[in-house]
Design a protein around this ligand. Structure first.
Ligand code: F6R
Length: 247
């Protein structure tokens, strides 16, 4: 697992976007694994800039997202589908048929999970970006006694609901369930890049950097089992994540 420490959060976003751009240039039909949330906004902003200013071509690029809230449709302003449309899909020349999104509003969520697992089994991800929850979650794989390999419907932890309440009018509006890619989809990706910033992530990042083992109680530690894993954080978070500083 390789650590990159950048001078600022903005620089982290640029660094991750440049890694994605390199893959796209080498493999124009690459499958990108996409995350949502505040950590990745800068990555999409820079990819859109590379498209506008340098002609980075997404016409054959394919995408798949890590997760989606259960019960929100694509028109809901806090659905991950909406986020992707706003920050990425509408900003580049991706083709609709090359975008795979979980339908969190499906009347049959179990069938939706199975569709997602079939897609992941048939389509290896070339490069995947992930954020990290304050509790160390990756995708919506919350701390558990064992790693769950398959995509599935999960119950969100209180810590996640509280952390994500900032995007909703109040905490009661945060969906309690989500469909997430499991750890198999994550470790199967050619490259995995974790981007994080902010004091609230210091504890989880500190644990990830200090412990060489994968521990399902710290889901992001699955990074330790990925064949080409990168952690991109800014200096401020790196300092806060030093032993004795976090918590
Ligand atoms: C979102 C996702 C989540 C977020 C994580 C961090 O697709 O999979 O794991 O990456 O909750 O969210 P932010 O970046 O908003 O702090």
């Amino acid at each position: 697992m390789e650590l990159k420490v950048t001078p600022s959060f903005e620089q982290s976003g640029i660094a991750v976007a440049e890694m994605f751009a390199k893959v796209i240039r080498q493999k124009p039909d690459a499958l990108l694994g996409c995350a949502t949330g505040s950590s990745v906004v800068g990555v999409y902003r820079h990819l859109a800039k590379l498209h506008r200013e340098e002609g980075l071509d997404f016409s054959r690029v394919r995408t798949v997202n890590l997760d989606e809230y259960a019960g929100l449709n694509a028109e809901h302003s806090q659905s991950f589908a909406y986020f992707m449309e706003e920050h990425f899909f509408s900003q580049v020349n991706l083709k609709r048929e090359n975008i795979y999104l979980v339908n969190g509003d499906s009347p049959d969520l179990q069938a939706e999970v199975e569709r997602f697992n079939r897609f992941l089994a048939e389509n290896p991800i070339d490069i995947l970006m992930v954020g990290i929850g304050t509790n160390g979650h990756i995708g919506f794989n919350e701390p558990e006694n064992v790693f769950s390999a398959k995509a599935r419907l999960v119950q969100l932890e209180d810590a996640t609901i509280q952390a994500n309440a900032r995007f909703f009018e109040n905490e009661s509006q945060v969906p309690r369930r989500a469909i997430t890619m499991g750890t198999q989809g994550i470790v199967s990706a050619g490259t995995v890049v974790l981007i994080a910033s902010g004091q609230s992530k210091a504890d989880a990042i500190g644990q990830l950097l200090q412990n060489p083992n994968a521990d399902p109680m710290l889901p992001c530690s699955i990074m330790r089992l990925c064949r080409d894993a990168h952690v991109v954080i800014d200096e401020e978070l790196h300092r806060a994540a030093q032993p004795g500083k976090a918590g």
